[in-house]
Design a binder for this molecule. Structure first.
Ligand code: SAH
Length: 463
């Protein structure tokens, strides 16, 4: 096989980029052989140096843009290439939305064999900047100058790329980072070093309730004490009077997991409050919470619309996290049953239900593919099922049970179009039809696309 590969490592080629790969990289062909080129865009003609070859594809490094795509724009962030957080900042936003839609269409056709399903235009953000409510930035000190560095890890490394201003984070983080640096410099506070496992400050982690403005600041440290804590508290409080919670998180383990198990309240309350629509949530450092609250509401409203509830239905909300979708749907349903594998998330879900005075919900801990067949055997059934699985999609045992239950409608919320397409095919073969496909842009400037799908039952399950 190998001698048929038309490109060679370390050699230079010119090529056209025709589409976008999973991680936002450009994809093109050289003599019909697929080459992935990070940072290149569909419509570009580029010069590349081949850096890696495999049997069926190769990777090229972008050397020069010979002819740019008409949709190229200047990225707003100077660290755009180095940081890797935003893969598509150099592409006009309208075109990002178009490419995401195309990604869904391609997957539904190629993997799902769903040829004539209409995919709507991606719902984007009016202002696709400053949309994230959560930051977790590593903190280090420059090896040469000793100056405090706060930012992102460069792609596939743990080198910190300084990020004084990050355009996709809430503005408030810019001042939090500035004050943190000042406190560290003035008090000579050390930063954690992964190699030696010495040094104190590991990460700065913040959360902002977009609806309430409430702010939580969590300093993640390799120890239970910090120098001059009062100055740290004063510095953080001086950022904004909406700072409600200042927490020291203790993480002394050699791990990539950001937060340790122990939280020490330095000042204020242990959690902050936010709303999605009119549902209220307590958010603590550990809670899972969607990071783009504006688009989350758009996504959930679309899920609600697809569910077509009139108040008489029993709804299963599977992969429910802290019950956000369950609570969002509960006021329009007779009953909602949420299932989630993480026990702490279910604890949060129950608390959130109580906080909102919502009583027609019930939550189960466990894998959806185990809990649902069990509930079905006990006689439970649903009119509508919502699934919102992680990237690997749904387990066949779960899809089989949903089909056996003959639920009227399935609302599939997906963060991965390829597993989505596979699962839709599986359900189409068992009596369901894909009716509505709506991509929603939850993560502008990245290659991620979220999709809400409505399926309805139209035939017999003949499997
Ligand atoms: N619906 C929620 C969370 C979606 S994220 C929201 O909108 O906020 C996907 C969730 O699926 C995560 O909370 C993860 O813990 C959970 N999960 C992963 N595998 C699971 C499984 N096999 N069964 C049930 N839940 C699972």
């Amino acid at each position: 096989m190998k001698n048929q590969i038309p490109v060679h490592k370390n050699e230079y080629y010119e090529m056209d980029i025709h589409s976008m790969g999973h991680e936002g990289e450009g994809v093109g062909r050289i003599e019909n052989f697929t080459v992935f080129v990070p940072h290149a865009l569909p419509g570009d003609r580029v010069k590349v140096k081949i850096v890696k070859t495999k049997n069926t594809y190769a990777y090229g490094k972008l050397i020069e843009i010979v002819n740019p795509s008409e949709h190229r724009v200047d990225p707003v962030c100077p660290s755009h290439i180095k940081c890797g957080g935003c893969q598509l900042q150099h592409l006009a936003y309208s075109e990002q939305l178009e490419l995401k839609k195309q990604k869904v269409v391609d997957n539904l056709q190629r993997i799902g064999k769903l040829e004539d399903v209409v995919v709507h235009d991606t719902i984007g953000m009016e202002k696709p900047m400053r949309y994230r409510n959560k930051v977790q930035f590593p903190v280090g000190r420059d090896e040469n100058t000793g100056k405090v560095k706060v930012g992102f890890y460069a792609p596939r490394s743990h080198d910190i790329i300084e990020t004084d201003v990050c355009q996709i984070q809430h503005e408030i983080n810019d001042s939090i980072i500035e004050k943190l640096k000042l406190w560290m410099e003035e008090n000579n506070v050390s930063a954690y070093q992964e190699k030696t496992r010495k040094g104190l400050v590991r990460h700065i982690f913040t959360r902002v309730g977009f609806a309430t403005g409430e702010i939580m600041v969590v300093l993640v440290a390799n120890g239970a004490k910090i120098p001059n804590p009062q100055q740290f508290i004063d510095a953080m409080r001086s950022v904004n009077d909406k700072v409600k919670s200042i927490i020291l998180n203790v993480n002394t383990k050699a791990t990539n997991v950001v937060l340790g198990q122990e939280n020490r309240l330095l000042w204020g309350t242990e959690s902050i409050i936010d709303y999605i629509g009119d549902v209220k949530f307590h958010i603590s450092p550990m809670s899972f919470y969607q990071v783009n609250p504006v688009q989350t509401e758009v996504l959930y409203n679309k899920a609600l619309e697809c569910a077509q509830l009139n108040g008489d239905e029993t709804v299963f909300d599977l992969y429910c996290g802290i019950g956000t979708i369950s609570l969002f749907l509960a006021r329009n349903a007779k009953k909602v049953v949420g299932v989630e594998i993480v026990a702490e998330a279910i604890e949060d879900a129950k608390q959130n239900a109580a906080l909102n005075d919502i009583h027609n919900v019930e939550f189960h801990v466990g894998a959806a593919e185990e809990v649902i067949p069990k509930l079905y055997n006990q006689g439970y059934t649903a009119d509508v099922v919502v699934v919102d699985p992680p990237r690997k999609g749904c387990d066949e045992a779960l899809l089989d049970t949903i089909a056996k239950m003959q639920v009227d409608r399935i609302v599939y919320v997906s963060c991965n179009p390829s597993t989505l397409a596979r699962d839709l095919r599986y359900l189409e073969d068992r009596g369901y039809k894909t009716i509505d496909v709506q991509p929603v842009d939850m993560f502008p400037h990245t290659a991620h696309v979220e999709t809400v799908i409505l399926m309805t039952r139209c035939g017999q399950n003949d499997k």
